[in-house]
Design a protein around this ligand. Structure first.
Ligand SMILES: Cc1cc2nc3c(=O)[nH]c(=O)nc-3n(C[C@H](O)[C@H](O)[C@H](O)COP(=O)(O)OP(=O)(O)OC[C@H]3O[C@@H](n4cnc5c(N)ncnc54)[C@H](O)[C@@H]3O)c2cc1C
Length: 511
């Protein structure tokens, strides 16, 4: 086992908290965050062991295959593909040789309660024509919105997401700029300055939901998502998003990394407030020079570390909503659905409020449909549809008994799709069906409160206020993934892997 000593100097602009002279790095969890960190560290020459509780990698990005149908279980779209390209490059390979990214056009179709629809292309001319159908005066607003979100992207995304915010001073330095950019306002209030039509306000404000945020209280900084989508496009990985996970695992192994599945970590081993390794559920102890937790941040503190060190913030944080997912293999096609179709509720503000802050199940539905067969014929047998239905729902802190509610909620969704979304005959055409409920987020993914996106992204739960990428309590312990800075979503998690691995590399001096 290696020696360590305290150090206060800085290196590459990052303050060094502690110096280890090496040893194997253990990464707990093979989600996108764990995989990307493992690749980065292994590529930097540090030996990594990746420990995953389940029998496969990917975390939320799992896959189901049944009777010729393939379903992605979590993420369905890739934005900011340059972050993946960068990961492959530093491992000495080309992403496009391993994964085929299919650009989606349109990015999505949005259906409103009165039957109207909006196709969002990410191409100025087509988007402006769509906007003009609803409110011609909003075309000008759209241009101003894009210019402003580009400005926020250049100032905020690059500066805020690219530094680890380990000290309050880091936040204070950027606060004036954050206020200038309107970061204290909500996404919805920001969007409403540019769009008059209520439907267009929905179209340009729902994006925080993609990362577990409430459009009515997520910081306006998150309004950059439409700009980010236009910049790099919205993509799907041929064969399903899981092919990306498999390619990341292969990349890591090709660099000499070690992965162990069915290896749940039960405890992070400490010696004098320094992480020294882990103990697996089967009792095996593994020593390490540093430990990186991609496991749920709250659960890491609650279950893997001594209770006496539990920060009060873990219980005070507001956790994101959960999701109820249906994966339906259907023996017919619904050609009015695009690759992504979003079904907006009539009561946008009220429903979102009930999902985030209410008690019990809301009376109405907002749905996100993924129909990859529209783009990739390999996802289902000919003439069939691989259909993924996502309903955002309250997390487990909201007192819903899912063991009782699940069958009725499933039926309500199917009926709604048949009667209000044009999926006639859906129930009699289902040939295979699976579900993933908030209880599965908690039990299978070990997610605190069954939250789908960990800690909700609000201004006061972001940057310095989020769990840091490097523990300020234990030397040699790091965090990566949706619950840490900068946050959820594949781009956020890949950025956190960059920050975390830079901190690890900085703190490790090989002798
Ligand atoms: C339904 C859904 C749809 C989404 N759609 C999109 C999308 O289209 N585009 C997008 O960019 N993002 C999307 N997201 C968000 C994105 O998928 C996540 O933010 C991201 O995948 C989270 O990655 P992660 O590395 O933080 O953690 P996870 O994926 O949660 O992985 C953590 C891993 O740690 C393992 N683990 C936990 N505890 C232990 C332990 N004690 N020992 C060992 N292993 C452990 C878990 O088994 C898991 O494999 C979606 C999320 C959901 C839920």
């Amino acid at each position: 086992m290696t020696q360590s000593k305290k150090q206060t100097t800085s290196h590459n602009g990052l303050q060094i908290k502690y110096v280890s002279d090496g040893g194997r790095i253990i990464v707990i969890g093979a989600g996108f965050g764990g995989l990307a960190t493992a690749i980065r560290l292994q590529a930097a020459g540090l030996p990594v062991t990746l420990l995953e509780a389940r029998e496969h990698p990917g975390g939320r990005a799992g896959q189901i295959q049944d009777q010729g149908f393939t379903f992605d279980m979590g993420p369905t779209l890739i934005t900011a593909p340059h972050l993946l390209e960068e990961l492959w490059q530093l491992a000495g390979r080309d992403l496009r040789e391993d994964v085929e990214l299919i650009p989606l056009s349109p990015f999505y179709r949005i259906l409103f309660a009165d039957g109207r629809s909006f196709d969002y292309w990410g191409i100025a001319e087509q988007d402006e024509a769509e906007i003009a159908r609803f409110e011609p005066r909003d075309v000008q607003g759209y241009r101003a919105f894009l210019a402003e979100t580009r400005h926020i992207y250049e100032r905020a995304f690059v500066d805020l997401a690219g530094q680890p915010f380990l000290a309050m001073g880091d936040l204070l330095r950027v606060t004036p700029e954050l206020i200038r950019l309107g970061g204290h306002r909500s996404v919805y209030s920001f969007v409403s300055r540019y769009f008059r039509h209520p439907y267009l306000r929905m179209v340009f404000s729902f994006h925080p939901l993609f990362i577990g945020g409430n459009p009515f209280r997520a910081s306006a900084i998150y309004s950059i998502v439409p700009y980010l989508e236009r910049l790099g496009g919205v993509h799907f990985a041929r064969g399903g998003m899981y092919t990306l996970v498999q390619a990341m695992e292969k990349l890591f192994c090709s660099l000499g990394g070690e992965v162990r599945y069915n290896a749940p970590v039960e405890q992070i081993l400490l010696k004098e407030r320094q992480a020294k390794g882990v103990r697996l559920q089967d009792g095996t102890a593994l020593s390490a020079g540093a430990v990186v937790a991609n496991s749920d941040v709250a659960q890491t503190y609650l279950k893997l570390l001594p209770r006496e060190y539990l920060p009060g913030s873990i219980e005070r944080y507001h956790y994101s909503m959960s999701c109820f997912l249906l994966y339906l293999g259907v023996k017919r096609e619904y050609t009015h659905l695009r690759h992504h179709t979003i079904i907006m509720p009539e009561r946008y503000r009220k429903l979102i409020h009930e999902i985030f802050d209410g008690r019990g199940l809301p009376a109405d539905l907002a749905l996100y449909l993924h129909t990859p067969t529209r783009t990739d014929a390999t996802m289902a047998p000919p003439g069939c549809e691989s259909l993924y239905v996502l309903a955002p729902v309250p997390n487990l802190a909201h007192g819903i008994d899912w063991t009782r509610e699940t069958p009725a909620f499933r039926d309500r969704i199917i009926q709604f799709l048949e009667q209000q979304c044009g999926l006639t005959g859906l129930s009699e055409n289902i040939v295979t069906e699976q579900m993933f409920t908030p209880l599965d987020f908690a039990s299978q993914l070990r997610s605190h409160q069954g939250a789908a996106f960990s800690i909700e992204p609000t201004l006061l739960q972001s940057a310095y206020f989020r769990p840091h990428n490097r523990s300020n309590m234990f030397d040699g312990l790091y965090f990566v993934g949706a619950g840490t800075h900068p946050g959820a979503g594949i781009p956020g998690v890949l950025l956190s892997a960059d920050l975390t691995s830079r901190l690890v590399c900085n703190d490790i001096v090989r002798v």
